[in-house]
Design a protein around this ligand. Structure first.
Ligand code: ADP
Ligand code: ADP
Ligand code: ZN
Length: 215
């Protein structure tokens, strides 16, 4: 199963992908998580990416294309994969098509998780993140113990780009650079719209109904 989870920042891609990855036993590839791990480790890639991430802008295409090419060619992706946060521009989507063409593993579907702007702002503003990749929300999806990750016990933090002024810039970046991909995949006939406004479990059930068709 080769799936892209698509949607604006805060739509719930990461939250859903974590569960879907367990349910279908395929790797969850989050470019945001990979970049943040590089920032934490102080790698050259991380230092370059941080400048853009802190401003709510996209990291240059060539960086992401190289990164995703390496990741998709790892052996765990042979059974399929769940992409989260990639592609975010038309050149990234074109590059993905050619990478997947080479290994003869085309995308089955692009699931577009749709949520209103007001709800996105509320979700991002209250998001708390763990270095293990889990995310929570202070009101909508609190951890069992305040500020502690259920999955690994680490202390949660607020991402620098989840501060109000950067949130607005990220939504603008999404509208300008990423939203055109909805048309791009609609034209390819593989876009599936998902209403992302329900509960986490409700949205999960809706996505599973779609994914079950590609098992
Ligand atoms: P994305 O990966 O698309 O940026 P996340 O999965 O990190 O989004 O979710 C953004 C925030 O919204 C997090 O705080 C998360 O706990 C919360 N959230 C996710 N899904 C829902 C939902 N269905 N209802 C309410 N809050 C949600
Ligand atoms: P969210 O889903 O909450 O917007 P992500 O964790 O997916 O956040 O991404 C965080 C930041 O990492 C983005 O704002 C951007 O700077 C960078 N990033 C992640 N994926 C990509 C990508 N495919 N292309 C360019 N930049 C990316
Ligand atoms: Zn954790």
């Amino acid at each position: 199963m080769n799936i892209v989870l698509f949607g604006p920042p805060g739509a719930g891609k990461g939250t859903q992908a974590k569960e879907l990855s367990k349910q279908y036993d395929i790797p969850h590839i989050s470019t945001g998580d990979i970049l943040r791990a590089n920032v934490r480790d102080g790698t050259e890639l991380g230092m370059k990416a941080k400048e853009y991430m802190d401003k709510g802008e996209l990291v240059p295409d060539e960086v992401l294309i190289g990164l995703i090419k390496n990741r998709i060619n790892e052996s765990d992706c042979e059974v399929g994969y769940l992409l989260d946060g990639y592609p975010r521009t038309i050149p990234q989507a074109d590059a993905l098509a050619s990478i997947l063409g080479e290994i003869n593993k085309p995308l089955d579907a692009v699931l577009n998780i749709d949520v209103s702007d007001d709800e996105l702002v509320a979700r991002l503003g209250g998001r708390r993140t763990c270095s293990c990749g889990e995310s929570y929300h202070m009101k909508f999806n609190p951890p069992e113990k305040e500020d502690v990750c259920n999955a690994c016990g680490s202390e949660l933090y607020q991402r620098d780009d989840d501060k109000e002024n950067v949130i607005r810039q990220r939504l603008t970046t999404y509208n300008e650079k990423t939203k055109p991909l909805i048309n791009y995949y609609e034209n390819l006939g593989i876009l599936v719209n998902i209403d992302g406004t329900g509960t986490v479990d409700g949205v999960f059930a809706d996505i599973c109904k779609v994914m079950d068709q590609y098992k």
